[in-house]
Design a protein. Structure first.
Length: 137
């Protein structure tokens, strides 16, 4: 085998490895997006109830409140808050400096590193509704 053939084979193998790594990361992202879609459906009734009672949504590790849905993430550098809008059924990125709202997908949310906070934000509605129901009784 010539040096050129060896070099070409090496690049082919490297490309195949990179492709497999990329495919694995895509599979993980797709799974995380599916999980967030599932959580948005699972917690929708509780979120709708909370929204209708005009209670502020909070997050266990993000210091913020939102009145239109669960808080799913925060980008400190950009001062962007990510909130799932209960009535629109969409994630909105809100710049807290300019109050600019942009619709983003769950895929964008995951790609920007907010998957864990988003899961916590959806599941925290159980704590919030339990607190409100206990308070009312």
């Amino acid at each position: 085998m010539t040096h050129l053939s060896e070099l070409i084979n090496h690049h082919i193998v490297t490309a195949e490895v990179l492709y497999q790594d990329w495919k694995k990361s895509r599979d993980v992202i797709d799974h995380q997006v599916e999980q967030l879609e599932f959580l948005s459906l699972k917690y929708y009734p509780a979120c709708e109830w909370y929204f209708q009672h005009d209670y502020p949504f909070k997050h266990p590790s993000i210091e913020a409140e939102a009145y239109f849905g669960p808080i799913l993430g925060y980008d400190e550098q950009k001062n962007d808050l990510y909130v799932y809008h209960v009535m629109d059924l969409k994630v909105k990125r809100i710049n807290l400096d300019t109050n600019t709202k942009t619709v983003v997908s769950f895929t964008e949310l995951v790609n920007e590193g907010h998957y864990e906070n988003a899961c916590k934000g959806f599941s925290h509605i159980e704590v919030l509704t339990d607190f409100q129901l206990d308070y009312q009784l």
